[in-house]
Design a protein around this ligand. Structure first.
Ligand code: MN
Length: 263
């Protein structure tokens, strides 16, 4: 058996023994799932609506199924590079064209839960990332950078979106941290627990919405509304995040799984 075949056989073994765990990084998706609120001058993304087609009844005596209506960026979801104007003209930038190889990648998890609890507008800097690397090693090419804020533990739309008259107050990244990740580390993308990859106040940053502007401009991906990041080690987890193959899709709801060494 080749070493790759051997490795896959070991993976199957360790999954069945439980020495590799599968952790679900996905929030439940329902009509109550909070969706980002944009200023009213912009088009709005609708929350999920579920319309029943049949439930073992007259319209379908032996079957149950529903019709869904939702924005591509609803709940735990995937951002493709075409989502932002900076990624508009990149090759293979849509959910159907992205190489599937990109959907399996290692994760680096940066724990900013204490800082985010102390200040909702907390921003990760280049210096925070360098300090993380001094402890855990260099962020590998092609890795997801996951921001563990524990924001997913907030319950209810209001606490999750955390908006006031000045907009949303949720943690995120400074532009320079994103330049470091995209240009100096060549990551796969960034993943967050908040409603979108950008900080709540990021509309006023330079550039505006840098997690979208910088990452998608560099062909990088995004994951938003993740949960259970507190169950991941700082390094060593493998993320499986594959969007629906929507033709010319800008993103899609996604089931995100992490393979994690047990204990
Ligand atoms: Mn999105």
């Amino acid at each position: 058996m080749s070493s790759a075949a051997d490795l896959l056989a070991q993976l199957v073994d360790q999954l069945s023994q439980g020495s590799i765990r599968v952790v679900d990084l996905t929030q439940p998706l329902s009509p109550d799932t909070p969706v980002i609120d944009l200023p009213p001058i912009f088009g709005q993304s609708p929350p999920l609506t579920v319309e029943r087609i049949s439930y073992y009844d007259e319209p379908g005596p032996m079957w149950y199924w529903n019709t869904l209506r939702l924005g591509e960026h609803t709940g735990t979801h995937f951002d493709a590079p075409v989502h932002w104007i900076t990624g508009r003209n990149l090759p293979n930038n849509t959910t159907d064209m992205l190489p599937v190889r990109q959907f399996v990648a290692p994760a680096c998890v940066v724990d900013v839960s204490a800082q985010s609890a102390a200040a909702a507008d907390f921003l990760l800097t280049r210096e925070h990332l360098q300090a993380w690397e001094a402890e855990h090693g260099r962020i590998p090419v092609g890795a997801w950078l996951l921001l563990r804020s524990d924001w997913s533990k907030r319950t209810g739309r209001e606490a999750f979106l955390n908006a006031d008259a000045n907009g949303a107050h949720t943690p995120g990244f400074e532009p320079d941290a994103l330049r470091f990740l995209a240009q100096e580390r060549d990551v796969r993308g960034v993943g967050v627990e908040t409603v979108g990859t950008d900080a709540g106040q990021a509309g006023g940053f330079d550039p505006p919405f840098p997690a979208h502007n910088i990452m998608h401009g560099a062909g990088k991906l995004g994951l938003a509304s993740l949960c259970n990041l507190d169950q991941l080690p700082p390094t060593g987890a493998v993320i499986i995040a594959a969007p629906l193959k929507i033709v010319q899709g800008s993103g899609s709801p996604v089931r995100v799984l992490a393979l994690v060494p047990a204990n």
